[in-house]
Design a protein around this ligand. Structure first.
Ligand code: MN
Length: 240
């Protein structure tokens, strides 16, 4: 089995950011790993026809990868489609997705079942009809819509852990049982950690540091590294 690298919640907004440079560093330092992008890689994906610098740079970074790249939708980048996949070589996986060793992958937002308002919103934006409507708009209209959402997101601190509900323990247990999962890897909650009792591994949001989970056989470890300038040293997380 190839070693695996799981990341999520980079919330990339520009190429010229510590987060984007952190991603490049992470991928270059783990060239052989199968890469699993578990959602919210960018702050907003407005469609596969996006030709903005960030979208182009992301395509380029993934296309340059020689080992396999897998992709799950997040709640901010749920519009990746066939075009993005064929241009990057990435394979889009359904959420949740069970790997053959019993590792279950999810972005994690679907497990936050206590947040009923969010679940209604999620059902709407994931519906094919709503997505068709959005994608039928011009790229300029979608960009303007995206800018407005980003503005709103900044004002409400929508990416802060305090404003995102945690996963529901019963929803986690049910999902894992349903898929006969050995372990669950997810992001979204911005509450990185290893919950050994549940065999649940949670990725963190890339704010002051970048987070990733490395799987080598049966061993999974959560790591973080500083995103501060001139500091590319990997520091294992205490929970790792
Ligand atoms: Mn999310």
């Amino acid at each position: 089995m190839n070693k695996r690298l799981y990341v999520s919640d980079l919330h990339l907004e520009s190429v010229d950011s510590p987060q984007f440079r952190g991603l490049v560093w992470l991928l270059e330092s783990h060239p052989e790993h199968d890469l699993y992008l578990l959602g919210d890689i960018v702050e907003l994906w407005i469609g596969d026809d996006d030709d903005a610098p960030l979208a182009q740079a992301l395509r380029q970074v993934l296309r340059a990868r020689r080992s396999p790249v897998y992709l799950l939708h997040g709640n901010r980048d749920f519009l990746y489609g066939d075009k993005f996949c064929s241009e990057t070589g990435a394979t889009l996986l359904a959420d949740p997705h069970r790997l053959d060793d019993g590792t279950l992958l999810s972005h994690g937002d679907g497990l936050c079942t206590d947040d009923t308002a969010y679940q209604q919103f999620r059902a709407m934006v994931r519906s094919p009809a709503w997505q068709q409507d959005i994608l039928a708009k011009s790229i300029e209209e979608r960009r303007a819509f995206g800018q407005a959402l980003r503005q709103q997101s900044r004002q409400t601190n929508a990416n802060k852990a305090a404003n995102i509900m945690d996963v529901n323990a019963t929803a986690v247990a049910d999902l894992m049982q349903q898929h006969e999962a050995r372990q669950l890897v997810h992001g979204h909650t911005h509450r990185p950690g290893v919950h050994a009792d549940e065999r649940r591994y949670v990725l963190g949001a890339w704010e002051r540091c970048g987070w990733f989970i490395e799987q080598d056989g049966d061993a999974l470890a959560l790591h973080c590294f500083s995103l501060a300038p001139h500091c590319g040293n990997e520091t294992p997380h205490p929970n790792g």
